[in-house]
Design a protein around this ligand. Structure first.
Ligand SMILES: NC(=O)c1ccc[n+]([C@@H]2O[C@H](COP(=O)([O-])OP(=O)(O)OC[C@H]3O[C@@H](n4cnc5c(N)ncnc54)[C@H](OP(=O)(O)O)[C@@H]3O)[C@@H](O)[C@H]2O)c1
Length: 288
């Protein structure tokens, strides 16, 4: 249980960030919620209260980090944690991803997470507060998603790879202050980011996971809040994948349409086929 803490949550107007903010508020924390639109923040979380403050700001703007830290300190007097969920998605493949587009995605997804976290952690170090930072990676770094077919392109994939390494560097640097830094790395999850997926893309995403479905935004959100809490007191520098088993690759039992048994049958058939090939090869050896 994580409670009575002050946390900055970026990307709080939608999807996983909204679920993080809701969960933190429900557990008795104070939240500074950040997104580019105050209206969307109000729609997602309601009007400001003593425990909820809203900040409309673009994390790609280098002024947003210091502004968010100052707003949280003014409202709550301290910062104990940060959850960076704000990110831009792009499916553009390498042929149409210009340098400008690449920079636009990296500024929001990597630089934004860095600058917000840095400004917050400076206030924590000044006050001797031992807390935690969570950033957001992605399963796309495991698949090397090339874009163009529904999934993130090179700019998005590079940004999430950047985050995954950034948490290691910052965990290393901030460990001496008792500040932990981790990433939660969702697989394909129901949210505004995936709302335009075609039926085929949704089916491919579901079938690509051992658990045979897309994730729900509350699932990575629970992991992010756990990473902030003392329950994760010895976890730092890690990327925790919340993806229903997207990364089993060639060893994955192929899922049938919603049926474990079908997946089991498919793997038995595959094993029989492989054994028969081995037997044929051995017979071939003994014949020669
Ligand atoms: N959904 C997936 O399948 C999936 C998979 C892997 C990783 N992720 C990651 O999970 C995180 C949350 O994504 P989601 O699925 O919840 O997407 P989402 O529903 O589209 O939410 C994205 C949030 O980020 C905010 N945002 C975007 N750009 C911003 C900027 N420049 N400045 C400030 N706020 C900004 C958006 O708010 P405004 O539009 O109001 O600014 C919104 O609140 C992201 O880091 C994403 O890369 C998602």
């Amino acid at each position: 249980m994580y409670s009575d803490k002050s946390v900055i949550v970026t990307g709080a107007s939608s999807g996983i960030g909204r679920e993080c903010a809701r969960l933190l508020l429900a557990q008795g924390n104070r939240v500074l919620a950040v997104s580019r639109s105050r209206d969307r923040l109000v729609e997602a979380l309601g009007a400001e209260t003593g425990d909820l403050k809203l900040l409309a700001a673009d994390v790609a703007d280098l002024a947003t980090g210091p502004a968010a830290a100052a707003a949280a300190i003014e409202a709550f007097g301290r910062i104990d944690g940060v959850i960076n969920m704000a990110a831009l998605h792009t499916k553009l493949d390498w042929k149409v991803t210009t340098g400008e587009e690449f920079n636009r995605i990296l500024m929001a997804n990597v630089t934004g997470s860095y600058v917000v976290s840095k400004a917050a952690v400076e206030t924590m170090i000044e006050r001797g507060i031992e807390g935690a930072v969570v950033m957001c990676g992605s399963g796309s770094i495991l698949s090397g998603s090339p874009g163009g077919r529904g999934r993130g392109g090179p700019a998005y994939t590079a940004s999430k790879g950047g985050i995954t390494v950034l948490v290691r560097s910052l965990a290393n640097a901030w460990g001496e202050y008792g500040i932990r830094v981790n990433a939660v790395s969702p697989g394909v999850t129901e949210s505004a980011m995936t709302a335009d997926y075609s039926d085929d893309a949704r089916a491919a995403a579901a079938n690509g996971a051992v658990l045979g479905r897309m994730g729900l935004p509350g699932e990575p959100a629970k992991c992010a809040v756990w990473l902030l809490s003392d329950e994760a007191s010895f976890v730092t520098g890690e990327a925790v994948y919340v993806n229903g088993g997207l990364d089993f690759g060639a060893t994955r039992v192929p899922p049938g349409p919603g049926s474990r048994r079908q997946g089991f049958r498919a793997s038995v058939a595959w094993a029989k086929f492989t054994l028969s090939k081995l037997r044929d090869a051995r017979l071939g050896d003994s014949r020669s």
